[in-house]
Design a protein around this ligand. Structure first.
Ligand SMILES: Nc1ncnc2c1ncn2[C@@H]1O[C@H](COP(=O)(O)OP(=O)(O)OP(=O)(O)O)[C@@H](O)[C@H]1O
Ligand SMILES: Nc1ncnc2c1ncn2[C@@H]1O[C@H](COP(=O)(O)OP(=O)(O)OP(=O)(O)O)[C@@H](O)[C@H]1O
Ligand SMILES: [Mg+2]
Ligand SMILES: [Mg+2]
Lengths: 257, 257
């Protein structure tokens, strides 16, 4: 199983939109995909069509229960569509940070949970909140790859160096290298600032940038309001094409499983 | 002094853009304005032209020092332009949450700091990070008003009820009512989803929505990259007009000082 964390402490850069649509496109290409929603806002859960309270357990129960092993991931996983499953979240997850403070190995809780499902899936895609706290660290200690969505503009590029530093620290602790690539999102080809940002990112990261670019496309926003990935809601849209391109590029990457 | 917190746990909805440009427009209308950057990303600081390390003290020093009273806000305030001052932030601020855990009255630290400057300014505008933690609570316990920037779409509207609940809890604890209004940002008049969102917000909040709407305008993004508010960078732009409209509406509000 390839485990991919989608992270960036900058808010609103397209993390959740990327998780939902990359996962759905990989499932469309006959991969078995698990989405894990590690954001207390629960937007990946909402964007995949689950309203409030439509489910009994969440990732919070798995993380805080993982000491007693009563609850199995299978009890929490929800089937969204063929080849696409979800471990949902809810606002309770914001209580995880204080609850886990001072607990040993608290950054490995998600990695422990995922060990028991790794035979069942080809991919696990993890959505993260807009901050680098215990929830994002759990994603970084569970993943083998990371995608950093970047909208255009100075605010988006500014935090990148700090984020790469954080990933380096995790790499050193885990004694491995998380394959990390930036993904340009909400790209508006009509504006100069978009190309300036692309140039800045390539300068900072060299080859660690996906060739696929996600253009600004209102269909992506509309799809969320209908609780469906864009390849179901608007299969002929630019957004659907862009995320299918991303999925194709992710599949071509040579990474260790 | 009117103290306005700009808050929303949803990332990327225009909090920082609103703080910088509302503050600059109020200063243009001859008000004395203090911006407080309570976000460890320090984007309000960056967007007002201060690069990394161009300043010695930050809001972190004031908050954690406020017990010993050695440091005065005057030592930390930076003059940006006529009538516009800033208390900057940096990434150290992300250490505030663990450092303040368990400390009594930790949510009142900012309120204490601002008491000593309230004679000098007409307005204090506070930028907050995209989560509801100790930093946002400090802003909520120091403010008399709150602005909730909302981009359009389901993700933006979804967290609104929870945010209003949080403000109600603070109102009960402080035994007063924070005057709260939503502000529509990144509004794209060409899309149906924008008007659907406007309708949703008015349904949820009734009259607690600014008449002023901030349209999607790339000049706002470009202004940040030049470290200047949009009324300096592009005075004839839609972004400048919209934030001047917002400033005029804020000035007309009947609120207790
Ligand atoms: N390519 C795109 N084109 C147009 N709108 C987009 C695109 N990608 C995302 N959006 C919209 O931009 C907003 C922010 O995206 P999203 O919520 O996915 O970001 P996020 O990084 O997950 O935010 P948060 O930091 O709050 O978790 C949403 O309203 C979303 O619908
Ligand atoms: N009206 C607008 N038109 C176009 N772009 C905008 C507008 N308002 C904000 N932006 C851009 O959208 C992005 C998000 O805005 P901003 O960073 O101000 O949001 P935020 O809520 O402060 O984000 P965070 O949650 O990370 O603190 C930035 O790139 C900003 O330049
Ligand atoms: Mg998200
Ligand atoms: Mg901000």
């Amino acid at each position: 199983m390839r485990t991919i964390a989608v992270i960036n402490q900058k808010g609103g850069c397209g993390k959740t939109t990327t998780v939902i649509n990359l996962a759905a496109c990989l499932a469309r290409k006959n991969k078995k995909v698990l989405v894990v929603d590690m954001d207390p806002q629960a937007h990946a859960t909402l964007g995949l069509g689950l309203g409030l309270g439509g489910y009994e357990y969440t990732v919070y129960d798995l993380l805080l229960d993982s000491g007693r092993k009563e609850l199995q991931p299978g009890d929490v996983v929800i089937e969204i569509s063929r080849g696409l499953d979800l471990i949902p979240s809810d606002v309770m997850l914001s209580a995880a940070e204080p609850a886990l403070l001072g607990r040993d190995h608290r950054e490995y809780l998600l990695a422990d949970v995922l060990k028991s499902v790794e035979q069942r899936y080809d991919f696990c895609i993890i959505d993260c909140p807009p901050n680098i706290g215990i929830l994002t660290f759990n994603a970084l200690f569970a993943c083998s790859e990371a995608i950093i969505p970047l909208e255009t503009g100075l605010f988006a590029i500014h935090g990148l160096a700090k984020l790469m530093e954080t990933i380096e620290i995790v790499n050193a602790k885990r004694n491995l290298t998380i394959t990390t690539n930036a993904l340009l999102t909400m790209f508006d080809r009509r504006t100069r600032i978009a190309y300036e940002s692309l140039h800045e990112v390539q300068k900072h990261l060299g080859g660690q940038v996906f060739t696929a670019v996600i253009n600004f496309n209102v269909r992506l926003k509309e799809a969320v309001s209908h609780g469906r990935p864009v390849i179901d809601y608007a299969p002929d849209s630019i957004g659907a094409r862009d995320y299918l391109d991303l999925a194709a590029e992710v599949l071509k990457m040579k990474v260790k499983k």
